[in-house]
Design a protein around this ligand. Structure first.
Ligand code: HEC
Length: 185
């Protein structure tokens, strides 16, 4: 009797497993297929060569009020950093010294990455709230504050892809999406 109970328990487990294996993968009745709109919202990567940059144009002048309203509380009104919040401006020529100051201006090799980073990650407490125009404006403000572009220069996707960062050649990479970059701004 004990034997046959064990046998029938095993048999029903095996049967259940076989049924699961035979069952085609069915949706669980939750969620839905991603729409093109869902994918477009998440597909925001901008590559170093500028591929993926959206339409839009703005200058550092456009960026100044947005920066003061949405960024200065943490990064300082001049981008100098406050407390533990990182500086975005300065540090040029400090990398090879005993006190390197790593900022967008001193360290980052491509300006297009700045656009990508701000759009996906800032402001820290409300990432994703900025329009593409605001992101161009803030990118221009940070680049101008670092003396990399002029304050009145209009950034759009083609100009941004051509901005040459001071530390452009400070990284060793054979990545194919990293173009040699122009010789000067
Ligand atoms: C609430 C504070 C806060 C606010 C507001 C904020 N940031 Fe940040 N930001 C941070 C912190 C913290 C980091 C570092 C994040 C990390 O390393 O993961 C950071 C990092 C950055 C960096 C990268 C710096 C580097 O060299 O690694 C950039 C660029 C930046 N922020 C731009 C902005 C801009 C533009 C705004 C305004 C739209 C903004 N931030 C608003 C807190 C803030």
């Amino acid at each position: 009797m004990a034997m046959s109970r064990t046998f029938s328990a095993c048999a029903s487990i095996l049967f259940a497993l076989a049924a699961m294996a035979a069952e085609p993968a069915k949706p669980l009745g939750i969620g839905r297929a991603a729409t093109e709109q869902d994918i477009a919202v998440a597909d925001i990567t901008v590559l170093p060569d500028g591929a993926g940059l959206p339409a839009g144009r703005a200058s550092a002048k456009d960026g100044a009020p947005v920066y003061l309203a949405k960024c200065a509380a943490c990064h300082g009104d001049k981008g100098q950093g406050l407390g533990d919040f990182p500086a975005l401006v300065g540090g040029r020529d400090s990398l090879a010294t005993g006190k390197p100051l790593l900022t967008v201006g001193s360290y980052w090799p491509t300006a297009t990455t700045l656009f990508d980073y701000i759009r996906r990650a800032m402001p820290y407490q409300a990432a994703g709230e900025l329009s593409d125009g605001e992101v161009y404006a803030l990118t221009a403000w940070i680049l101008a504050a670092n003396g990399i572009i002029r304050k009145d220069e209009i950034l759009d996707r083609s100009r941004l892809a051509r901005v040459r960062m001071p530390n452009r050649d400070g990284f060793h990479t054979g990545h194919p999406s990293l173009p040699p970059g122009p010789a000067a701004n």
